[in-house]
Design a protein. Structure first.
Length: 213
């Protein structure tokens, strides 16, 4: 019974994050989880390989840039309406699943495959795009505010609606992406809040490893 409870607890966030991708992907993911595929890596994005991927042609970067910008506007609308819960974590709301393009990383995901995956060359191209980088940073800042963390002023703005809810996957992908895009100021302040709130040791091992690499 204990094993079943532990399995359900470790898989819950993954099941929620995969819901928006359709029943087919969800059922496949549950099947893989049941056979013990998942380990300490983030359940939302299963590792395929440790290689650096070159899977998204540069002409697909426009898709990433446009999707990120358009979704940021949706998140800002939610924030203005005080609906921070849909930014904090992946809920049933249609706009609450966004990690893939808001915080792009090198590894392909189980939910989106390689569509929003970036490699070193593509990261360099995106970093040279001022419009994208502003939108990217604004997205990081907005999501952190949903957790009650003001990264710009380094202030704790926690309240009844803006608070840390323990959604490790989103935080981990944000950290990974900030490292890849070398946004040291935001990363430093993010780590500050992680330690100030005393949540470092509650994070999944793969996130803790990112913080010490």
């Amino acid at each position: 019974m204990c094993n079943i409870v532990n399995y359900l607890r470790s898989s819950f966030q993954y099941i929620i994050s995969m819901f928006a991708d359709g029943c087919s992907s969800l059922c496949s993911a549950i099947s893989r989880a049941a056979t013990g595929v998942f380990s300490s890596y983030p359940l939302q994005d299963q590792v395929v390989s440790n290689r650096s991927y070159s899977l998204m042609p540069n002409n697909h970067l426009k898709d990433l840039v446009d999707t990120q910008k358009n979704h940021l506007a949706k998140l800002q609308t939610l924030a203005n309406a005080g609906q921070w819960q849909h930014i904090q974590t992946h809920t049933s709301h249609g706009h609450s699943g966004f990690d893939w393009w808001m915080f792009p990383i090198k590894r392909p995901s189980l939910g989106k495959g390689t569509r929003y995956t970036v490699n070193d060359e593509q990261i360099k191209t995106l970093k040279a795009n001022p419009e994208f980088m502003k939108s990217y940073r604004d997205g990081v800042i907005l999501v952190a505010k949903s957790w009650g963390w003001d990264l710009e002023k380094k202030n704790d703005i926690t309240n009844d609606k803006q608070k840390w809810v323990g959604y490790n996957v989103r935080l981990g992908k944000m950290i990974d992406s900030l490292r890849l895009f070398d946004q040291q100021d935001l990363l430093k302040n993010l780590v500050y809040f992680i330690d100030m709130k005393g949540i470092r040791m509650t994070l999944d091992p793969w996130i803790q490893n990112l913080l010490i690499e």
